[in-house]
Design a binder for this molecule. Structure first.
Ligand SMILES: Nc1nc2c(ncn2[C@@H]2O[C@H](COP(=O)(O)OP(=O)(O)OP(=O)(O)O)[C@@H](O)[C@H]2O)c(=O)[nH]1
Ligand SMILES: [Mg+2]
Length: 613
């Protein structure tokens, strides 16, 4: 039996390769409306109409086979068969954006010149039609010498034709003279071919151009961006409340039920104080996470995110970075791990390293539960005028603090550790699109699932271990259980380090398990106070009330400031090690972030105490 054939999807960034890959193989690779989404190769199985199963590979977008960034290098190596441990693809599928034909044909010619069996997916023909472009695929076929199949990946249009073309792809016969062209010659040829293939072109372009003039205007643009982000953070608090209250009531109901039906004893305590108090205290933040991601996904799918990157370029270049870093940094708001991976699209190694080092300063979604619980407990839920809520404002300020911190760190790094010139910014602006409801729903479901899975695995495990450490050895009568326990002893040992910055024993105790995942800080506080409760009244108190009765406002603010900077996430450190090939940079990252966290928390505590908060 012969080896399974391989089919690879290649093309410029944002052509819809991953969308096609998902449609053909049933995978769920991330797609979004900006260049540089895919940074690794991904494979899936696909069965041709002939019944032959093939391995299909989705590749990062590239502008040429002369790679300038790590993600382009993957593409170039796979296509040429130089990728270690991977066979040369047997068939190449070039994915072209029909609404941006001229540009995409430049790279397409370079691929065709390889002389491999090739098929072209003329993707996004719906967008081209929307823009009033009518394209002649047959003419392109004649010019390029390979099959050209019009497709709409996101609506699954043209897929069977494409599959059939892949099945029958023979050795390519690149059109006359395509083989040995220089870049300039390819550009000229692309222009001519695009002109020829476009049968008619009308307005619509104009409306989007006008929108861009507004959104990219150096004065109005940043204002719109700030206003938008502001609305996001207000919404996170305002809209989530009823849902979060519902979830909280659900957890309370389960706790009551457990108490009613389980015999009193250690096992019941483990369920109520450990699992329900701990994991429950994190799960109630699901609505806020979902709201945050709904905005992020909508901004990504509409094409606005790339505009935001463009706007940020000026700010970024003033601290020695380029707008290229914006998207990795923005992804870091979800989680620093994909953010750090996304830096593979940055070609300058020092730019890339700087971006990796500051990525953890972007407020990842794991911090949201920590911020939200403290804010809800200590910041009054009142309006500061014009319908702006104080709680949302504080949350916004914490996100801004992270961004400002990152910019300052970048500035310092670019003059010391990663000294060098900022590289220029070139990024194509994608077409505006209305986000599709189904894609949004899938994206939100994926995020919600990741969050719940974390709650069910890592947060659950750490909470149970912590509960055990908090309950053993058992206290003698009159002694506090927490003080007597293993965890309490460790925390008391650590307390002297964090005492100068205003942290008490319980806060010190929360910091250790939070290294596994930041949300654990919340579940750990909840478990600690559940174990520590001396009477029924105290036990029935919600976490927020517990915090209010045990912490002062300066302490709470210091705790928030700590979490803006602290590198409390093992996985981020691990990814940094992998992406920088060694321990040097992750250790540097840990050291400087802990240093910053300590200073920021200390300053906050002392200033807040001094002004009598
Ligand atoms: N209207 C329309 N949108 C599409 C089509 N194919 C993809 N898209 C959208 O175009 C955007 C880019 O799609 P991706 O699949 O992420 O593009 P990619 O080529 O994988 O991009 P990189 O990974 O950055 O190289 C997404 O917002 C998709 O939803 C299409 O045929 N029609
Ligand atoms: Mg992709």
């Amino acid at each position: 039996m012969s080896r399974q054939r391989k089919v690879a999807l290649v093309g410029n960034p944002n052509a819809g390769k991953s969308a096609l890959f998902n449609a053909l193989t049933g995978a769920r690779q991330k797609i979004a409306n900006y260049p540089g989404v895919t940074v690794e190769r991904k494979s899936g199985r696909f069965v041709l109409p002939t019944g032959e199963p093939v391995e299909m590979t989705d590749l990062p977008g590239a502008y040429s086979l002369d790679a300038t960034s790590p993600d382009e290098e993957v593409t170039s190596k796979v296509v040429r068969g130089h990728f270690p441990g991977e066979a040369v693809p047997d068939v190449l599928v070039i994915v072209l954006d029909a609404s941006n034909l001229e540009q995409h044909l430049v790279f397409a010619q370079e691929i065709l010149a390889l002389g491999k069996p090739t098929v072209i997916a003329l993707n996004m023909v719906d967008l081209a039609e929307r823009d009033g472009l009518v394209l002649d695929a047959t003419l392109l076929e004649q010019e390029l010498g390979v099959r050209v199949v019009p497709t709409v990946a996101v609506r699954r249009r043209g897929l069977s034709d494409l599959a059939e073309a892949i099945a029958s792809a023979e050795m390519g016969h690149p059109g006359p003279g395509i083989t040995d062209l220089s870049l300039t010659e390819r550009r000229v040829a692309a222009h001519a071919m695009a002109e020829g293939a476009i049968l008619s072109e009308t307005r619509r372009h104009r409306m989007h151009a006008r929108l861009d003039r507004l959104l990219l205007n150096p004065w109005i643009g940043p204002f719109v961006l700030c206003a938008l982000l502001f609305v996001v953070f207000q919404a996170v608090f305002a809209w989530a409340t009823p849902f979060a209250d519902g979830l909280e009531a659900g957890v309370g109901w389960l706790t009551d039920l457990t108490i009613k039906f389980m015999p009193a004893g250690l096992v019941r305590d483990l369920v109520t104080d450990g699992i329900l108090a701990g994991v429950g205290s994190v799960v109630v933040f699901l609505p806020q996470i979902v709201i945050l991601f709904a905005f992020i996904l909508a901004m990504e799918a509409s094409g606005y995110m790339a505009r935001a990157a463009f706007l940020m370029d000026r700010l970024m270049s003033s601290v020695g970075l380029s707008g290229r870093s914006f998207i990795p940094l923005l992804s870091s708001f979800a989680c620093a791990i994909p953010g750090i991976m996304a830096t593979r699209s940055i070609s300058d190694p020092k730019d890339r390293l700087t971006t990796i080092l500051i990525a953890p300063l972007m407020t990842c979604s794991a911090r949201l539960p920590v911020y939200a619980v403290i804010i809800a407990a200590f910041i009054p839920n009142r309006s500061v005028g014009w319908g702006v809520g104080l709680q949302g404002l504080v949350l916004f300020a914490l996100y801004v603090a992270g961004v400002i911190g990152a910019m300052v760190v970048a500035l310092v790094l670019r003059r010391s550790v990663t000294k060098g010139e900022a590289s220029g910014f070139i990024m194509e602006l994608p077409k505006y699109q209305l986000p599709r409801l189904k894609d949004m729903a899938i994206g939100l479901w994926q995020r919600a699932w990741i969050f719940l899975r974390r709650a069910g695995t890592i947060i659950f495990t750490v909470t149970v271990v912590l509960w055990l450490m908090l309950n053993f050895p058992q206290a003698r009568p009159g002694e506090s259980q927490v003080d007597a326990s293993v965890a309490g002893k460790v925390a008391n040992g650590l307390a002297f380090v964090v005492e100068p910055i205003g942290f008490n024993r319980d806060m010190a105790l929360a910091l250790i398990p939070a290294m596994a995942a930041r949300e654990v800080a919340v579940s750990s506080l909840a478990t600690t106070y559940a174990v520590d409760a001396t009477d029924e009244d105290q036990q029935a108190m919600e976490l927020g009330d517990q915090l209010k009765s045990r912490w002062t406002l300066p302490m709470a603010l210091a705790f928030l400031a700590w979490f803006v900077f602290a590198p409390q996430c093992m996985s981020t450190i691990a990814v940094t090690r992998r992406e920088t090939n060694g321990w040097k940079w992750p250790v540097f990252m840990l050291a400087y972030l802990f240093g910053l966290a300590y200073i920021a928390a200390g300053l906050t505590f002392w200033v807040a105490s001094a002004i009598g908060l």
